[in-house]
Design a binder for this molecule. Structure first.
Ligand code: SPD
Length: 427
């Protein structure tokens, strides 16, 4: 056989474990290890996860590259290993076959750059060769592992370190704690970003304080969802509070956050808290009428276990469970990213609480797709969004508690809507 510049193996890994095929961190680790086992020198790796599923990535090695694209729904990975020099690509193949738990596979090997067919030109590489020999490969390689939260036409990507601190498939969802470079550790549920260490305060301060200050004397609070603990942490800052009941369906979320996000999950031992691990939708249905001053619905997006948190029946039950001047605050989705759910929720609240009793508060979360997010309110009885304490009262609460997002201005200003958002919720 004539001499070739490179060797390329194209691999079909079939009947692989679908969970592994959707796990960007595991695939990146396995591909890098495969390269190292085959005695390649790893330069860097770039991997992306695509929600709801699929991983693409490449490991650049001094001897060329390893690349992959996966289809978890078919338990399939297309892999190619391109090398030059003496590296044995089949060592990488064997390693990946084991890691992916592939039950059937095939591969073809192609020689690339047959020197018989190529004509060498007079490009002078002597100086480059001496430069190249001076280059020392660093002991580390650069990792580019990306977590992507997306719909069919837009996305938010965060680069993460590849560290996976928690990864449990609960009966409801996949619960993970990963680490992003920019925003620190983050809680992801089924591939959707829920909260991160560095920007959680945007969400948790804004779900809690505007409603708490709109109410003249909030004593009994119900939180549905909110398993990371950030919402109860904020609510419990208010001295008027006598009881907080929190109902979270997924105990795995609480466990994950207590262990890995302790600054968010800091109030689970508070004496005023009653924590129930159970179904918040059923809880609202069975709740006694006129019980709560505030109900905060800190749920995830309207897929999986949170779907029922967007139904008319659920909000009617919340309305009944609120006291006469009670306030409902619900995670309201994004008017840009999930316009349909945003609108439908507001129409539901208008129907139950009244047309002018369902205001929307907007705030920014850099780690949610589009960054523009909302809380939607249902105001029962005589409470109103403009009935708020004097500025000095809120100012001292903000400074005593070291709040970083909420302030007196936002108490009313967050309800001012851009025209296109106001139009979305006009009946
Ligand atoms: N796409 C994210 C929707 C927000 C879900 N809730 C976040 C939980 C924070 N406590």
């Amino acid at each position: 056989m004539s001499k070739a510049l490179g060797n390329h193996i194209l691999v079909e890994f079939m009947n692989c474990d679908p969970h592994i095929m959707n796990d960007v961190a595991a695939i990146e680790r396995d591909m890098v290890d495969a390269a190292k086992k085959a005695e390649a020198t790893v330069i860097n790796s770039t991997f992306h996860h695509f929600s709801p599923y699929g991983v693409s990535g490449v490991v650049v090695i001094q001897e060329s590259h390893l690349a992959i694209h996966t289809w978890p729904e078919y338990g399939y990975a297309a892999v190619d290993v391109f090398t030059c020099g003496d590296m044995n690509s089949w060592i990488a193949f064997d390693h990946l076959k084991e890691c992916f738990k592939s039950k059937s596979y095939s591969a073809i090997e192609i020689k690339r750059g047959s020197v018989n067919l190529l004509t060498r030109n007079d490009f002078d590489i002597t100086t480059m060769r001496s430069k190249a020999s001076e280059w020392v490969n660093p002991d580390f390689y650069t990792r580019n592992v990306w977590f992507t939260d997306k719909d069919e036409s837009q996305a938010l990507s965060l680069r993460f370190t590849g560290e996976v601190f928690f990864d449990v498939q609960s009966p409801f969802q996949r619960v993970r704690i990963l680490e992003s470079y920019k925003y620190g550790k983050m809680l992801a549920l089924d591939d959707m970003v829920m909260t991160t260490e560095k920007d959680e305060f945007h969400y948790h301060e804004m779900i809690s304080h505007p409603g708490m200050y709109m109410h003249p004397n909030p004593k009994n609070i119900l939180v549905i969802g909110g398993g990371d603990g950030g919402t109860i942490r904020e609510v419990l800052r208010h001295t008027s509070v006598e009881t907080v009941t929190m109902v979270e369906i997924d105990g795995a979320v609480i466990d994950a956050c207590k262990e890995h996000l302790p600054q968010i999950a800091s109030s689970f031992d508070h004496p005023k808290l009653t924590l129930i691990v159970g179904d918040g939708i059923a809880f609202a249905k069975e709740a006694a009428p006129n019980t709560y001053d505030l109900i905060l619905v800190d749920g995830s997006d309207p897929v999986g276990p949170a779907e029922g948190l967007f139904s008319t029946e659920f909000y009617q039950n919340c309305f009944n469970a609120l006291k006469e001047d009670g306030i409902l605050v619900a995670q309201g989705e994004s008017p840009k990213f999930n316009e349909k759910a945003f609108k439908e929720l507001n129409f539901t609240l208008q129907e139950i609480f009244g047309t002018d009793k369902a205001p929307v508060s907007l705030f920014f979360v850099p780690t949610y797709p589009t960054g523009m997010w909302s809380f939607q309110y249902g105001l029962k009885g005589n409470v109103g969004q403009n009935q708020v304490p004097e500025k000095p009262v809120i100012d001292s609460f903000v400074s005593e508690n070291g709040l970083r997002y909420y302030n007196h201005g936002l108490q009313t200003a967050s309800f001012a809507l851009p025209n296109f958002v106001a139009d979305l919720v006009k009946k």
